[in-house]
Design a binder for this molecule. Structure first.
Ligand SMILES: *[C@@H]1O[C@H](CO)[C@@H](O)[C@H](O)[C@H]1NC(C)=O
Ligand SMILES: *[C@@H]1O[C@H](CO)[C@@H](O)[C@H](O)[C@H]1NC(C)=O
Ligand SMILES: *[C@@H]1O[C@H](CO)[C@@H](O)[C@H](O)[C@H]1NC(C)=O
Ligand SMILES: [Cu+2]
Length: 252
């Protein structure tokens, strides 16, 4: 009689242990040779004064799992949409380097990056897009033909730094970068996918004049629904190509 409960407890424990590790966030950004410390959720709120950052505040290293939340910059509260005090400057055509904390190898999935232009007369340090359709995708990587995932194998090959090229012909101005990993280890049903977005404030310099047409623009929430291809996907059994969620990449 005693053996069964003991076994049951041991089983539960052995299932929980692998998921008890930390998840992750962008801890550092390099733009045009300048290194910026990210928002550090376990240090910054306890400093006096709280440091100014280029990344918007997040409550911790955990995910957003509900695609209908107004939240689009990470976290369990609307605080993720609160603007940060600083922004990075980057020349169109160069690479924004996004340095993630150690990413757990169970958390396979795509890496996706969007931009939102700050409207004229507004500053990125005071702008929140709300539910407006302002986000366009500039980069995505999912599962390659060898079955390797961008968020695990890809990041491990580059010391946890993901590089995104700011389109060379992009119209200069201020933008919010929404850079995210979607972890798919529990995506066999909805809810289950784990969204780890970071909102990074930048000012793009250059002399381009390209800007996406309205059909590339999406809102958060809105871009993803429980039925969007790639939001539900069984990584353990599905050997077919992974459909990266969201709109077509805008590549001028
Ligand atoms: C979130 O923002 C609200 C309103 O600005 C504030 O009262 C609350 O303390 C913030 N919570 C966190 C976790 O930062
Ligand atoms: C990523 O950031 C951490 C923390 O600042 C730093 O120690 C590490 O060297 C950075 N990684 C790379 C590849 O620059
Ligand atoms: C595998 O994933 C593809 C793409 O999302 C989907 O169309 C297909 O139904 C999935 N197959 C199974 C057996 O779930
Ligand atoms: Cu996790």
């Amino acid at each position: 009689m005693l053996a069964l409960p003991f076994f049951a407890i041991a089983t539960v424990f052995s299932i929980r242990v692998p998921s008890a590790h930390a998840h992750g966030y962008v801890q550092e950004v390099v733009a045009d040779g300048t290194t910026y410390t990210g928002y550090l959720p376990y240090e910054d709120p306890y400093k006096n004064p709280v440091p100014d950052r280029i990344i918007r505040k997040i409550p911790g290293n955990g995910p957003v799992e509900d695609v209908t939340l107004t939240e689009h910059c990470n976290g369990e509260s609307d605080n993720g949409t609160e603007p940060a005090a600083l922004f990075a400057t980057i020349e169109a055509g160069s690479q924004l380097q996004l340095n993630w904390t150690a990413w757990p190898d169970s958390h396979v999935g795509p890496v996706i990056t969007y931009l939102a232009a700050v409207p004229d007369g507004t500053d990125v340090t005071a702008y929140s897009p709300g539910t407006d359709s302002v986000w366009f995708k500039v980069d995505e990587a999912g599962k390659n033909d060898q079955g390797e995932w961008a968020a695990t194998d890809g990041l491990y090959a580059t010391n946890s730094v993901y590089s995104v090229t700011i389109p060379e012909s992009l119209r200069p101005g201020q933008y919010i970068v929404r850079h995210e990993i979607i972890a798919l280890h529990q995506s066999y049903s909805y809810p289950g996918s784990q969204f780890y977005p970071s909102c990074i404030q930048i000012e793009v310099t250059g002399c381009g004049d390209a800007f996406p047409t309205d059909d590339f623009l999406v809102s958060f929430p809105g871009a993803y629904t429980p039925d969007t291809p790639g939001i539900v996907y069984n990584v353990y059994t599905n050997t077919s190509a992974y459909p990266i969620p969201g709109p077509t990449v805008w590549s001028p």
